[in-house]
Design a protein. Structure first.
Length: 167
């Protein structure tokens, strides 16, 4: 049987949480992006636990908004509010984000729990361990690696295992 949300939100049972920062030109958030977030959450891969929206207008004025202020996000806002996890980011975070945003842009910070990793995180904590480092590789790095692999394959190279050396 599934535990109540309040119990699952106890810090000892919360999986790793990522803050994902998405930037968009203009001051509009497209429904397709929101749909994709909903789909990933519906699959159970992640759980949205908070969201912050920061807007910088053409004159450089910065404002931040709750997800409930956006009609397309009201259902998600209700679910997030029910989880009692709102408030991970606040006004000072919005101001800092706004300082580095270009004018006429919108940034969404989505806080997601990596549900898939929750059990591993719990076991690590129970064993007295802790996460020492977590690095997400940027897409550009992955693209470069893929290009190098394709180039090596096209040149007849490839990975034939470790290089053999005489000792």
């Amino acid at each position: 049987m599934r535990k109540p949300l309040e119990e699952a939100m106890h810090m000892g049972e919360l999986g790793p949480v990522d803050a994902i920062v998405l930037g968009f030109p203009g001051q509009r958030l497209t429904p397709s992006v929101l749909d994709a977030v909903d789909e990933v959450e519906a699959r159970g891969d992640v759980r949205v636990i908070d969201m912050l929206i920061v807007v910088k207008d053409v004159h450089g004025e910065i404002s931040h908004h709750e997800i409930s202020e956006y009609e397309d996000l009201r259902d998600m806002a209700a679910e997030v509010a029910a989880r009692r996890m709102l408030g991970l980011a606040g006004e000072s975070d919005a101001e800092q984000i706004g300082l580095i945003m270009p004018p006429d842009s919108l940034v969404v910070v989505v806080f997601v729990e990596n549900v898939w990793a929750r059990e591993v995180a719990v076991r690590i904590r129970e064993a007295g361990g802790r996460l020492l480092s977590y690095t997400r590789l940027p897409q550009a790095t992955l693209d470069d690696m893929e290009d190098q692999i394709e180039t090596a394959a096209a040149m007849g190279g490839g990975d034939n295992g470790p290089e053999q050396r005489d000792v």
